[in-house]
Write a protein that binds this ligand. Structure first.
Ligand code: NAD
Ligand code: IPM
Ligand code: MN
Length: 360
């Protein structure tokens, strides 16, 4: 490898299914427009490939991603033709679990008051981050079904919480506060752990004890707690109070769709699946949206903001900021898809951002 190629970042691109195929090409074009030193390699993992040859992840696929790439940019998985959703489980949850991408970082930022369904809420009022444990909980799919189809049927879905898993995501939350500021430059100084320890006492007890212990190491950061049901209500009543929220896999999944609603919907929400120091994976929060797939209607901004997140993670802060500024401008000028009030298609909204980025 010569010195030039060693500084270029290698990104694996897996658009996946449905609107993933439409939004990810826009995100790639926007990255290219920044002039970032990134090389892309495309992978066809997804429903189409699975239906063709039965392969979800080729043998050695995860080891290859870790070895040959600096980051992975992913679209979405889910196809009405694959009823079991086995390919999503093996590809998406496979990356999260087998590559041990334990921190699912989901920023919640309102770019323009017009996008928020709450009255009187300004961009400065919605700027928090959800840190979702990404490798255990109910997502391990441990359990089983017994006496299926009989009146005595039993279905067990285990909630796996390990000391190591809980501690590292909670620690990540406190470290996140230390290393990041809000968009307006003010410090992140509140870490809120969200659980359901009043009903799920075994798992909740572990989360409570670890949170108390780890928070003691960060006296400058305010440690807070809320039950997940109360948190949902507060998120809608007064999103201003939130800064960094840390929670388990399933609660994190649910509250980030709710939080996406505050930002203008699923089309605006970005995420990163991170293990510090290892090849990490970046994907919009939304799914494959089969009902609008192939119609040039999907909002590409969630994917484009995800690309910005990925570049920041790869140390390309200037390129990342260019992208965020261009998306902000598009939102302000209503150069957007219909879901957030504009009249452009996926490709035209992407092209508008590409144009602004390439002129910066
Ligand atoms: P979804 O996110 O695909 O869609 C939910 C709603 O939001 C739909 O009305 C959809 O049209 C809209 N929407 C989503 N993204 C949009 C965008 N970019 N622009 C405009 N509108 C957008 O969730 P769903 O309908 O519950 O699931 C559809 C499929 O996607 C399922 O197979 C599900 O398992 C899968 N899924 C995958 C991921 C992922 O791969 N990360 C995430 C969520 C859902
Ligand atoms: C997400 C998705 C996935 C999840 C699905 C597709 C398994 O909803 O990334 O938010 O539940 O994690
Ligand atoms: Mn989800």
């Amino acid at each position: 490898m010569d010195s030039q190629s060693s500084v270029r970042k290698r990104v694996a691109v897996i658009p996946g299914d449905g609107i993933g195929q439409e939004v990810i090409p826009q995100a790639v074009k926007v990255i290219q427009a920044t002039g970032a030193a990134v090389d892309f390699t495309d992978f066809d993992w997804g429903a189409e490939r699975y239906l063709r040859d039965g392969v979800t992840v080729p043998p050695g696929g995860f080891a290859m991603l870790e070895r040959d790439f600096d980051a992975i940019l992913v679209g979405a998985f889910g196809d009405p033709r694959v009823k079991t959703n086995i390919h999503a489980k093996e590809i998406l949850l496979g990356m999260r679990f087998q590559m041990d991408l334990y921190a699912n970082v989901r920023p919640v930022r309102l770019l323009d008051a017009a996008l928020c369904p709450l009255k009187g809420v300004e961009p400065k009022d919605v700027d928090f981050v959800v840190l979702r444990e990404n490798t255990e909980g109910v997502y391990t799919d441990a359990g089983g079904v017994f006496k299926q189809g009989t009146p005595d049927e039993i279905a067990i879905q285990e909630d796996i919480n390990t000391r190591k898993g809980v501690e590292r995501i909670i620690r990540y939350a406190f470290e996140y506060c230390e290393r990041h500021t809000k968009a307006d430059g003010s410090p992140r100084n509140k870490a809120l752990m969200c659980d359901k320890s009043n009903a799920m006492t075994h798992a909740g007890g572990l989360w409570q004890r670890v949170f108390k212990e780890v928070s003691g190491e960060y006296p400058q950061i305010k440690a807070q707690h809320m039950y997940v049901d109360a948190l949902c209500m507060q998120m809608v009543r007064d999103p201003r109070q939130f800064d960094v929220i840390v929670t388990n896999n399933m609660f994190g999944d649910i509250i980030t769709d709710l939080a996406a609603g505050l930002q203008g919907g699923l089309g605006m929400a970005a995420s990163g699946n991170i293990h510090p120091g290892k090849t990490s994976m970046f994907e919009p929060v939304h799914g494959s949206a089969p009902l609008i797939a192939g119609k040039d209607q999907a909002n590409p901004f969630g994917a484009i903001l995800t690309a910005a997140m990925m570049l920041a993670h790869l140390g390309m802060a200037a390129e990342s900021s260019k992208i965020e500024a261009a998306v902000l401008e598009a939102v302000r000028q209503k150069k957007t898809t219909q879901d957030i009030g504009g009249s452009l298609g996926t490709r035209a909204a992407g092209a508008w951002v590409v144009d602004v980025v390439s002129r910066q």
